[in-house]
Design a binder for this molecule. Sequence first.
Ligand code: A3P
Length: 285
Amino acid sequence: SPQYIQFHDILVPSQAHSRESLEYAQNFSVEDTDVLAVTYPKSGTIWMQEILPLVLNEGDLTPIRTIPNWDRAPWLEETRLAVVVDQLKSPRALVTHLPYGLMPPSFHTSKAKAIYVMRNPMDILVSSYYFHQMAAFLEDPGTFDEFMDKFLEGRVMFGKWTDHVKSWRGSDLGDRIMFITYEELVEDLPASVRRISAFTGKNLDEDTVQTIAKNCTFSSMKSNQMSNFSLVPKTYMDHDKSPFFRKGVVGDWKNHFSSEQVSRFAAVIRKELEGASFSLPWSLE
Ligand code: A3P
């Protein structure tokens, strides 16, 4: 499909990615002080992209008011990185959807840290279904049922969710990696900000934690034009079809899955994760 580039065993959208950008990512010099927000798409990427730079710059709100999110914490694998790399302040915040096995060699040899955000895959599927309707750079998802099959088979951007999670959960990064869920962020954002600041070695005072949390709520981000993708052309993202900041809740899958779809989905996910060294924090039913 012209909408995707095959990169090793995964597909990536050819909008925002190119052979050159993927090559650039492989040769990128990750620095010891870098912190990467790592996600499978629709797990809370843009949310962590907002939180992380604010933690690293100790609550300075200037960037979220003046710099679009994609340039504040650029994607490692996207074309924008080469354009803005020299403007990034240390410690740098980067974002990536790459599975662990496709991370650049310099990431492995560095002391850079990673924050892996996980989300209930049933909610990811729903979020992705709507995202495919609004993002012109992705193919029409078809029916929800058809899209579920695609998702389970990994015929979607960045491949199978289970492969992505297994790759990062199985990494040998020790204390260089922190796992957090979208559900934890929803449940207690200030506590999540505190966890992230402790992990990144920033001892933020409580006022700063609260300031960051307040500026990273769904409604704050949805109304911030530097974060809500309203600056991109309608031919790229059509928020009238479905807004990027769609619902921002836990459990919307209940409004979309039939009971047959719940069983089918859960059976495939459980099978894919058989023998995995970790268990999922959600019950898939
Ligand atoms: P929904 O489609 O379920 O609303 P990603 O950034 O990885 O593409 O993920 C997008 C999802 O994260 C969307 O989920 C979006 O609404 C949600 N999201 C983004 N910022 C959020 C926030 N501050 N609070 C809650 N959800 C947020």
